[in-house]
Design a protein around this ligand. Structure first.
Ligand code: 13P
Length: 259
């Protein structure tokens, strides 16, 4: 039995406007969830979402964070600013940022450290592309992303998540099978154990992302090393997102009752 209470994070990417985003989570207001639920809207909507969700348990996070603290860095938003605005987490190194905005492992490493220093939970995204998968080098890619992205990171009394998002599964409707994803998550946890020791590695949530929907969510979450989901497209559909969160909630309640 998986002992980590599941986390579901919605990554809304560059979608809006505010009415669509509010409708995606309106049903969560006033409801208790045993699973943790978070949303990552575009920066500009963060305040609006925090206000809209003030009577909910939903955590609001961001899709990115600056590697700089302050200064002449046009267009950037620092970890401290996100934290002070009420943010609880930030995605780091999403594959779309790696592919289109030149993000790399060393910059992810700085971002992870900046987030932790501001008590913002980083969610480090890792994953291989189709070419790498077909070449059979998935673990090599993940090894680099984890060891370089988390180099010299101190997790004492700090929280971090890793999100495994195979690039070939993002937005394609072709999710990894629960069994395949579990094997990769197991590998990720073994590398986290090498990096941080067993105790810390056992408490790190490893999320799966890539074409998660209401049909595959439950089975993915049933795997022992899949501790949550990072959801793109399906999180914009209110009914769909609620179903995914309810599946996570069922898992969370099972974990609670088994304690
Ligand atoms: P989809 O759920 O749309 O495949 O996107 C996944 C993702 O990139 C979440 O960060």
């Amino acid at each position: 039995m998986n002992k980590r209470v599941p986390i579901v994070i919605a990554n809304w990417k560059l979608n809006g406007g505010i009415d669509l985003l509010c409708s995606s989570v309106a049903a969560f207001i006033g409801k208790h969830f045993s699973a943790k639920i978070a949303i990552c809207p575009p920066y500009i909507y963060m305040r609006d979402m925090l206000n809209f969700l003030q009577h909910s348990e939903i955590i609001v996070g961001t899709q990115n964070v600056s590697k700089y603290e302050s200064g002449a860095y046009t267009g950037e938003t620092s970890a401290q600013m996100i934290k002070r605005a009420g943010g609880g987490l930030c995605l780091v190194g999403h594959s779309e940022r790696r592919q289109m905005f030149h993000e790399n492992d060393p910059s992810c490493n700085i971002k992870v450290s900046r987030a932790l220093a501001s008590n913002l939970m980083p969610v480090l995204c890792v994953g291989e592309n189709l070419q790498q998968r077909e070449a059979g080098i998935t673990n090599d890619v993940l090894f680099r992303q984890l060891h370089d992205g988390l180099a010299d990171v101190d997790l004492t009394n700090k929280e971090i998540c890793v999100a495994y998002e195979p690039v070939w599964a993002i937005g394609t409707g072709q999710a990894a099978s629960p069994e395949d994803a579990q094997l990769v998550h197991e590998y990720i946890r073994s590398e986290l154990t090498i990096l941080f020791g067993k105790e810390i590695a056992e408490r790190i949530h490893i999320l799966y992302g890539g074409s998660v929907n209401k049909t595959n969510a439950y089975e993915l979450l049933s795997q022992s090393d899949i501790d949550g989901l990072l959801v793109g497209g399906a999180s914009l559909d209110p009914e769909h997102f609620m179903q995914i969160c309810l599946h996570a909630n069922t898992h969370a309640e099972n974990i609670e009752s088994s304690k």
